[in-house]
Every structure is written in structure tokens, then in C-alpha cells.
Design a protein around this ligand. Sequence first.
Ligand code: ADP
Ligand code: MG
Length: 248
Amino acid sequence: MPLPRPLPESLQTFQDAHWQQNDIGRSQAMVYFTDRWFLKIQPQASPETLRQDLQALKWLQQHVPVPEVLGHAEQDGQEFLITSRIQGRDLSLLAQEDREKAVMHFARGLRLWHGQPTQDCPLDRSLDFRLVEARQRLEQGQIALEAFTDESPEDVLNWLHNNKPDEDLVLTHGDYCFPNVLVDQDRICGFVDVGRAGISDRYTDLTLALWSTEYNCGSGWKHVFLQAYGHDLDQEKLHYYSLLDRFS
Ligand SMILES: Nc1ncnc2c1ncn2[C@@H]1O[C@H](COP(=O)(O)OP(=O)(O)O)[C@@H](O)[C@H]1O
Ligand SMILES: [Mg+2]
């Protein structure tokens, strides 16, 4: 299919490729792919920019398997990012066939991220950063108010400010869910959607990972995931980071 809009000058070589539209994913981005490339297009005014993906991809390149950046541009209020396509399929598809295998890959993939050295990473997603971001999103009307039934978002955010747990900082993916992990020939071959990657508490990933395990595999698989990841759940931290996730 032709793309819905012309690509900027610097990305012209990609214009006439055989693009197809991808419908998995949850962000505001329009996602297209060919047999070699992935293209994301989204409004420059989006709360999370593709510049963030670009910056994260460049640093992560040397640490975990992520797509290669082939081009980035901004034009007419839109942002464009082209990366290499990672071959293989995502874990949400594998889970339809073999849930146990999918959960094992999912846990192993997270161990890989959380086992990386953190010293030189310029990507900060620590609690202070996330709380400032949560406040901004609230003030700019970017959060889903349906998630707040008993208490106002202001009260929840104040509670989060006053009850910060100690941080156990690791390299986090930031959107660790089944569709963002790709496998090929029975091994993990890449991670995508890394715009929120950075140094953060491991519960930044564990909270979403547990939700995604249940969403993709059904109930009864969370303990399998935790055992393979190698961690005893801290319920208080899970509660804290689940509340914080309502602001993302
Ligand atoms: N470079 C890539 N290589 C292979 N598959 C990709 C690549 N980028 C994205 N995908 C696939 O497309 C889906 C949507 O892309 P993603 O970057 O996660 O967008 P969204 O922000 O909409 O979730 C991913 O879940 C993954 O299955
Ligand atoms: Mg995604």
C-alpha cells in the first residue's frame, strides 16, 4: 500500500517500498513495515516522542538486541522513525501456540535487561523522574481518569510522593509486554518499543510484565513467570508501581 503521506526529503529512499500497515500496538503511532524495515509516524505534539525512541535505541544498541536506526525526521507536525525489521515473531503470537515457552522467553528476556550494568546509562527513568512526569501528565490532561474510582488522581499522586519505596535500580525496558519481545528459532532475537527504556526500579517492568503474562496467557501463569525470572514478589512495591502506572 502507498503511505498515507509523503516521507520527508531525507527519507525519500524509503518512500516507494512495499509498505504494509501493522495493527498491533497501543500508542498514537501509525506503524508500517516491509520485509526489511519498520516505520513509525506520529504527531510531534505526542506526549512521548520518537526522539526518545531514537535516543534509547542508540544507547541500547551495544547492550541488548534492538532494531538499528535507519532514519529519523520531523516535518509538518509529524515525526518519522525508520528502523531495521527484526525477523521472528512477537511473544503474543507464540503464546497462542505454546504459553509455557512464551512465558519462559518473556522471563529470560527480562533477566537479560535487568542484568545489564547501569553505570554509564544516560537514560533516567528513576522514581523522581517518573513522579515529575506523572504530575505533568496529570496537569496536561493526559491520563485515563476511569482508572481512578475511589480516590482522585491528585490524592493518589500525593500519596505516591509521600510513600516512595527504596529503589532497586536496573536497566528497564519501560514497556515490557508480550508484543514488544520477538523470538526466532526458539531464541529471543530482539526487543522493540523502547522509548521509555532507562534506569529505573525493576518493578517498573515487573508490574506491566505480570499484567501482560495474565493478559496473554490467562490466569495461573504469573507464578511461572516469577519463578523463571527468579524473584519473590514484594506486594507493597507491586501496589506502589501499579498505582504509578495509572499515570503513564
Ligand atoms: N523493528 C521491528 N522489527 C520487528 N517487529 C517490529 C519492529 N517494530 C515494531 N514491531 C512490531 O510491531 C508492533 C508495534 O510496534 P511498536 O513499536 O511496539 O508500536 P506501539 O508503540 O504502537 O506499541 C510491535 O509489537 C512488534 O510486534
Ligand atoms: Mg508496542
